[in-house]
Design a protein around this ligand. Sequence first.
Ligand code: ASP
Ligand code: MG
Length: 403
Amino acid sequence: MVKKVLKFGGTSVGTSERIQHVAKIIKKERFAGNKIVVVVSAMAGKTNELINLSKQISEEFNKREMDVLLSSGEQVTSALLSGALTEIDVKAKSWQNWQIPILTEGEHTNSRIINMNIEKINEYLDDDGVAILPGFQGISKKGDITTIGRGGSDASAVAIAKIFNADSCEIYTDVDGVFSTDPNKIPVAKKIEKISYDEMLELSSLGAKVMQSSAVQTAMMYAIPLEVKSTFTERKGTKIFSQENIDYSKSVTGVAYSKDDAKLTIISVEDKPGVAANIFEPLSKAQINVDMVIQNISSDQKTTDITFTVKRDDVAKTTQILKNNSKIKYKEIIHNNKVAKISIVGAGMVSTPGITYRMFRALSDEDINILAISTSEIKLSVIIEEENTLKAVKKLHTIFDLD
Ligand code: ASP
Ligand code: MG
């Protein structure tokens, strides 16, 4: 007998008909002889709606009360789903965060699940019942209701899978799985059957938002196998596990792009020890995330140009901080907001020589100029002009055999 955690996201439980459909999926899993713990999100849009209500009362709505408010969305879906299961003769019961309890630590609206009491739920599973638990929430040691950050039902599912020692954790959503690139823009994109945690993390940090990254990280830490699949089709999903379980026939697993990057260059800064630290320390203190950094060699041994990328929203703040920084001397700061980051990701890259040059050659064949480059063991990213984004993604997708 297999113990499974099944998590259903907001669109999967977005209407009463969809909840009835989800109940049928659970019935099938249950009657196949599995022990089932279900984790639900609120109905799609519900959490935003609740936040908007709180804003009508106050822009600085009390955080403790915010958690009481926001946790209600998952209370609604867990009750409806449990009711829908009972209606089709599946023994089911919902629990609220405080009834279990799901213990969390940390501040209101941003807590973490640390433990939960599973004895009663396990008894219920042994008694052939399906347990329905609310995602996104818990209670603090003081007994106050908490939530664990937006999109937190994924993290709930992974934490619950770990605490129950489940054999698998299946994330049901509104897409078929993880794709080799954005299927909405590049129709030849393919669903990836198996992917490692590391690759998944790279892809999601690069914009492929299928699952919450911190949830994938937790799953990786405890080696909990994940599967992302669609609630609305019967197609197989994407399995996410550790690299040893994957046979890499291809060097590149996916091509990702982000369009919210900007590039700044500081022209003619002094070329001496400590300058880079003086530039970047105040930026990091201001929580500005610097992505790629390039320093050119100085031709006169006195000055150099430093180029780096940040999120587009941070450009104004970054420029201001640089201008206010009395520790650095330079001629001018220039920036380009119209850049995009294109990345190829693949654990198979490690063992395949020549990937770097093939990527650069492919871009040059398309007449695309590379503005910055960064690499990690399983990722190669370049910054290019934004207008070339789709052309570049298509080309790379083709030459690395992903079409
Ligand atoms: N309902 C919460 C949110 O919208 C948690 C989740 O759906 O994952 O952020
Ligand atoms: Mg979600």
